[in-house]
Write a protein that binds this ligand. Structure first.
Ligand code: AMP
Ligand code: GLY
Length: 423
């Protein structure tokens, strides 16, 4: 089989490595991929948002199955366009990807179907938003409606900061048009859990849970990033909580999307907060998380391609999806300065004996050499029987990978190790 994977980060590298385990897979094209995946996929210089070019390439190469991994092409209708020429895909159509593409859509969906989430108000008028903030409880959370590269959420600890956030989104349009509508919502507290799930629109199968570390620096300090590391499973997510989430969140969401005429197929990502009043949805993503995928997929024991095809064909209920009972940790190695300014172009060496679960996010090939080319450069994942050992093994890998100006958090998994020991 000839497969195509749209996207080019560490998440896509993890997907590609897992897909390759199926012996029926002859070739995987990565559009655009990155230099660090050259050993695992054929790189094609077509951007993830160039839908027409992706479709033309799929037709020309007679692609058997496509995986559309990032949010942008999903929201832009890449799956719809590929389906139109008869290429089956993993991922939702645009009318379902809106669950991530519009925060207003997802909040209204949850309200309509009684799915637990933070209380909220929607504003299209800046003055009305500012007036609301005069009496809103502080801290408060302000979210731009549309996709904003994961940066459209501001937690305001003071009223002044809340006013500034609304003005910058609605008047200065710092996130572009995605800030012309904002959601202002209740600030929730509790441990966060990422639960990715496979769904064919009817059946939903949660994957092993995970915990992201979004801030740039140790101790959850510094700016928000795309994610600096992950562990799986997430120890806060007990079997009791999992059962509750299935009943109050996962199934109701899948049914709601179907009811709305927007059946969701692919990976639906539930960003949850375990609040004192029970689990609530912080956000939905219409795709695999990055870097959650880098710990979740290595623990998947079933064949990924088979499971993905079952989501497309509507046969997920009859398909086995099995995860290992081991633990995984992924340490993201970034370029110093990320998520702000950083330098690139430094030579990157990944020793062969540890390259298996190293997922490259930002690198390019120059001749034989691999050079850094992004903020997040790679994720070093390791698995072990205990969380402690998985963390040590991931750090041992990271220490053996070298490039100038490399930086990474030293405390990935530390909070997870404390779970249940806080009192
Ligand atoms: P998002 O970009 O939607 O993933 O949000 C980024 C981060 O903001 C989340 O991972 C949470 O840590 C935080 N966050 C979002 N919404 C809330 C909320 N209502 N209460 C507290 N924290 C939130
Ligand atoms: N790691 C968070 C995300 O993929 O959105």
């Amino acid at each position: 089989m000839k497969l195509l994977v749209v996207g080019g980060g560490g998440r896509e590298h993890a997907i590609i490595k897992k897909l390759k385990e199926n012996p029926a897979v002859e070739e995987i094209f990565a559009l655009p991929g990155n230099g660090g995946m050259a050993g695992d996929a054929t790189l094609v210089p077509i951007g993830a948002k160039e839908i027409d070019k992706i479709v033309a390439f799929a037709k020309e190469q007679q692609i058997d199955y496509a995986v559309v991994a990032p949010d942008d092409p999903l929201v832009l209708g890449c799956v719809d366009a590929l389906n139109e020429i008869g290429v089956p895909c993993f991922g939702p159509r645009a009318n379902a990807a809106i669950i991530e593409g519009s925060k207003v859509f997802s909040k209204d969906l949850m309200k309509k179907y009684g799915i637990p989430t933070a209380a909220y108000e929607v504003f299209t008028d800046c003055k009305a938003a500012l007036a609301y903030l005069e009496t809103a409880p502080i801290p408060t959370v302000i979210k731009a409606d549309g996709l904003a590269l994961g940066k459209g959420v501001i937690i305001a600890d003071t009223r002044e900061a809340a006013y500034d956030a609304v003005r910058s989104m609605m008047e200065d349009q710092v996130f572009g048009a995605s800030g012309s509508r904002v959601v202002i919502e209740e600030f929730l507290t509790g441990p966060e859990v990422s639960v990715l799930s496979f769904t064919d629109g009817e059946t939903v199968v949660p994957m092993i849970s995970s915990m992201d570390h979004k801030r740039a620096l140790d101790g959850d300090q510094g700016l928000n990033t795309g994610g600096m590391g992950t562990v799986a499973p997430n120890p806060y997510y007990t079997p009791e909580i999992a059962a509750e989430c299935m009943k109050t969140i996962f199934l109701p969401t899948i049914r709601a999307m179907k009811e709305e005429g927007r059946p969701f197929k692919g990976c639906l990502y539930f960003g949850l907060m375990l609040t004192p009043n029970g689990p609530k949805v912080i956000e939905y993503n219409c795709r695999f998380g990055d870097p959650e995928t880098q710990v979740v997929l290595p623990l998947l024991e079933s064949d990924l391609l088979t499971v993905m095809q079952a989501t497309t064909n509507g046969t997920l209920a009859e398909t086995e999806v099995k995860f290992s009972n081991r633990h995984a940790c992924c340490v993201v190695m970034a370029s110093k300065g990320y998520p702000g300014k950083y330098e690139t172009g430094f030579e990157l060496t990944i020793p062969d004996d540890i390259s298996n679960e190293v997922y490259v996010a930002g690198a390019k090939l120059e001749g034989e050499k691999l050079l850094t080319a992004g903020g997040r450069v790679l994720g070093a994942t390791a698995m072990a029987d205990t969380l402690e050992d998985a963390i040590s093994a991931a750090y041992a890998k990271a220490e053996r990978i070298q490039f100038e100006n490399a930086f990474y958090r030293r405390d990935i998994g530390k909070r997870a190790l404390l779970a249940g020991k806080e009192n």
